[in-house]
Design a protein. Structure first.
Length: 249
């Protein structure tokens, strides 16, 4: 009986040590990791607070500076610049032997034997149209919002040139269709950039008129009628009050 009790006590001690040693190691590792996390958080927290305040200031500044009217004007100017830049882009590309490269376009595309820029297809008319669009947008932003109506005509001219001049010319294979087999003419990014620029100018015209014509609420309050001021009584030009009647003698 004594031997059995002593054996049970020894087994209990062994089991307790088997649990205590891994638990002590775990607590030591957790303590070290917790100290690292706390140190990193103490270093990171001021940076996060400063970034939060900086983002708030930037948002408040953007709310004051980036108004809807300025955003629309900026988009219109960028569209005019894109229209001018599209004139130097490729309008079309003509490839020969297309049927021999079916299934191999990604590995070995058919060679292009002829390319053409957008501006050369219509005597570079897109450049003066882009300059005219910039002048219209600037004039609208400087106090003449109804001038933006002319953007509709400019955008319509760009779309018409793209569809009725550049597209037929870009898809024309010319003599190559006779000299070679399976000739393909493809409209490239320059054509689509010019077409989209014209359509965007048409869409931006009413937005410019609406945003530039709408006065801010603060201006309306400042331009309202001023409160009347109290005037001091003036006796100029008025009759003096008559003296009281003399006392009877």
């Amino acid at each position: 009986m004594v031997v059995a009790r002593r054996s049970a006590v020894e087994l209990w001690g062994i089991a307790r040590e088997m649990v205590r040693i891994p638990a002590a190691l775990f607590m030591r590792v957790a303590e070290i990791l917790g100290a690292w996390v706390l140190r990193g958080w103490l270093l990171l927290w001021p940076v996060l607070v400063a970034a939060w305040h900086l983002a708030g200031r930037g948002l408040r500044l953007a709310q004051r500076v980036v108004t809807p009217a300025r955003a629309v004007v900026l988009v219109a100017l960028l569209t005019a610049v894109a229209l001018a830049g599209s004139q130097w882009a490729d309008l079309r590309g003509i490839t020969i032997g297309t049927n021999n490269y079916i299934g191999l376009e990604e590995i070995a595309p058919p060679p292009q034997v002829e390319t053409q820029t957008v501006g050369s297809a219509h005597a570079w008319l897109g450049i003066p149209l882009a300059i005219l669009a910039v002048i219209i947008v600037v004039g609208s932003a400087r106090g003449r919002p109804k001038l933006a109506r002319v953007l509709v005509a400019v955008g319509a001219a760009v779309v018409a040139i793209s569809l009725f001049v550049d597209r037929p010319q870009g898809l024309d294979k010319g003599q190559l269709d006779i000299q070679y087999e399976s000739v393909t003419a493809t409209l490239l990014t320059g054509f689509w950039a010019q077409l989209v620029s014209g359509a965007v100018l048409i869409l931006l015209a009413p937005l410019l008129i609406r945003t530039l014509s709408t006065a801010p609420a603060g201006a309306n309050r400042r331009s309202g009628p001023k409160p009347a001021r109290l005037r001091k009584p003036s006796f100029r030009g008025s009759k003096r009050p008559s003296r009281t009647a003399e006392a009877p003698q």
